[in-house]
Design a protein around this ligand. Structure first.
Ligand SMILES: Nc1ncnc2c1ncn2[C@@H]1O[C@H](COP(=O)(O)OP(=O)(O)O)[C@@H](O)[C@H]1O
Ligand SMILES: [Mg+2]
Length: 276
């Protein structure tokens, strides 16, 4: 039987400003999946993760493909229940208050979430309506987000005709319609050209500047280095190092994050990626 620790302290009733708790606090989170065949052992996608994400920061989960980043995101965003362990997200208990957590977070999945056959503006409006905004409120919010994310040039076009970078900006704007306290971005820049990536980094910094917390996953070392206030290096479903990028490099006597990963695993993250 899985062991379920007591819920972490819940501070959901306080306002975000007065809530002393971190954006995310996870203890011993584990999520195995059944093996492909019945005789195969389970895939331990996430195996006993402790994590604390301070409010108002950009926090990166860095690791090769298969490290468990997306699974951890799915658990923290209430899409799948953990098998073991517990977490508080936005000060609310993952097991007892999943609905309230969903109101306070935004999630942009690895594979995106916009409808290619609708325009950018239609996608934004739909997201607003799904979050319960009235037609009038939606119109105001869509205009605000078009302005903030500089979507005006392409929001009248079908999303599938936009560039990868434009679509990603649109998707991030869609994740912000309800002004979440915490935004989860799964590989926001994978596959984008360097210019679009740098543009998205600016958007992420602006979101942090507005007081929200951004939790993102990446397998780009430079991205984690430039963007993250703190990062958590994952491998095989576990956290193998955690802290601000500079401290990790200093503590491991490395000049790059790849050097940190190499020192910890004996593998280069670049190489782990290429062979994944
Ligand atoms: N729904 C699922 N069923 C079975 N195995 C899964 C499922 N989702 C993920 N996995 C496995 O869990 C491990 C971690 O996957 P994932 O969380 O997607 O890693 P990452 O996002 O770091 O690439 C991988 O071995 C993957 O094949
Ligand atoms: Mg993933």
């Amino acid at each position: 039987m899985p062991h379920h620790p007591a819920p972490l302290r819940s501070c959901g009733s306080a306002t975000p400003e007065s809530r002393p708790c971190p954006a995310v606090e996870a203890r011993r989170l584990a999520k195995p999946f059944p093996g492909r065949r019945r005789t195969d052992p389970p895939v331990e996608a996430v195996r006993g993760i402790d994590l604390t994400v301070p409010r108002g920061t950009v926090y990166a989960l860095l690791g090769p493909n298969g490290a468990g980043k997306t699974t951890l995101f799915r658990v923290l965003t209430t899409l799948v229940a953990p098998w073991e362990g517990t977490a508080a997200v936005a000060g609310l208990d993952l097991r007892r208050e999943p609905g309230a957590i969903r109101q306070r977070i935004g999630l942009i999945g690895q594979r995106g979430g916009c409808d290619g056959t609708a325009t950018g503006r239609e996608n934004l409006s739909l997201a607003c309506r799904l979050y319960g905004l009235t037609r009038k409120e939606s119109r105001v919010r869509v205009a605000e987000l078009e302005d903030a994310f500089d979507l005006g040039g392409f929001s009248a076009r079908l999303a599938r005709t936009c560039s990868g970078g434009q679509r990603r900006r649109l998707e991030i704007a869609m994740g912000l319609v309800h002004r979440p306290e915490i935004l989860f971005l799964d590989e926001p820049t994978t596959g984008l050209d360097p210019l679009s990536r740098a543009g998205l980094w600016d958007e992420v910094k602006a979101i942090r500047g507005s007081g929200a917390t951004v939790v993102l996953t990446t397998h780009y070392l430079d991205e984690a280095d430039v963007l993250a206030d703190r990062l958590c290096i994952m491998d095989n479903g576990r956290v193998i190092a955690e802290g601000p990028p500079e401290a990790l490099k200093r503590d491991h006597g490395a000049t790059t994050l790849d050097g940190v990963f190499l020192g910890l695993t004996g593998r280069s993250l670049r190489h782990a990626e290429a062979s994944a």
